[in-house]
Design a protein around this ligand. Structure first.
Ligand SMILES: [Zn+2]
Length: 163
C-alpha cells in the first residue's frame, strides 16, 4: 500500500467504525452497545461486534445550505445529506466535489476523509468524513460480500492461498 493511500484509507476506517448485532444482523453507526432492533434488547448485550462501514452509499435526502454555520462560511452554498450506506446505517454529512444543483436522491456517493472546519484563532482543525460522488473509474479493492466483523476482515493465510 502506498503512503498516500495509507493516509487516505486509514482515517476513514477509524471514522466509520460501527457495530453490528450478531443476532439480527443490523449494523449501527455510531456503534451501539445494545441492539434496539432485537425484541429482547438485553440478549444483544454480549452479541454486538465491531463493524466497519465501507463508506459507500447513496443520497437518501438532502438540503442545500445557504446560511453557513460558524466555520463553514467559506463553503456556501453546500449540500448536507442523509446518506444510506450499503450496510444500512444512515449517516449525515456534507456532499462535496459536485455542484449543489447536481445532487439528487439516489446519487451514489462514497465517504472520504476531509478537513471539516477550522475553529478560532488557534486554528484547531476538525477532520471527519464527507461524501463525494462515487465514480465508475474510482477503482478500489472489492469490499462487497458478507459483512464481517473488523477482526475477521484481516487477510489470513488461507485468503492469500485462495487468491
Ligand atoms: Zn439485533
Amino acid at each position: 500500500m502506498s503512503i498516500a493511500r495509507f493516509w487516505r484509507e486509514t482515517p476513514r476506517r477509524y471514522n466509520l467504525g460501527g457495530s453490528k448485532c450478531t443476532i439480527c444482523g443490523t449494523a449501527y453507526f455510531p456503534p451501539r452497545p445494545v441492539c434496539p432492533t432485537c425484541p429482547q434488547h438485553r440478549q444483544s448485550l454480549e452479541k454486538m461486534v465491531p463493524f466497519q462501514l465501507s463508506g459507500d452509499g447513496e443520497v437518501f435526502s438532502f438540503t442545500v445550505v445557504h446560511d453557513a454555520a460558524e466555520g463553514f462560511e467559506m463553503q456556501v452554498p453546500y449540500v448536507m445529506a442523509l446518506v444510506k450506506t450499503v450496510e444500512g446505517p444512515i449517516l449525515t454529512g456534507q456532499v462535496v466535489d459536485v455542484a449543489p444543483g447536481q445532487v439528487q436522491i439516489g446519487l451514489k456517493v462514497r465517504a472520504t476523509f476531509r478537513k471539516l472546519r477550522e475553529e478560532g484563532k488557534a486554528g484547531v482543525i476538525h477532520y471527519g468524513y464527507k461524501f463525494s460522488p462515487a465514480l465508475e473509474s474510482d477503482v478500489r479493492p472489492p469490499v462487497r460480500g458478507p459483512a464481517v466483523p473488523v477482526e475477521a476482515a484481516a487477510p489470513t493465510t488461507s485468503d492469500r492461498a485462495s487468491a
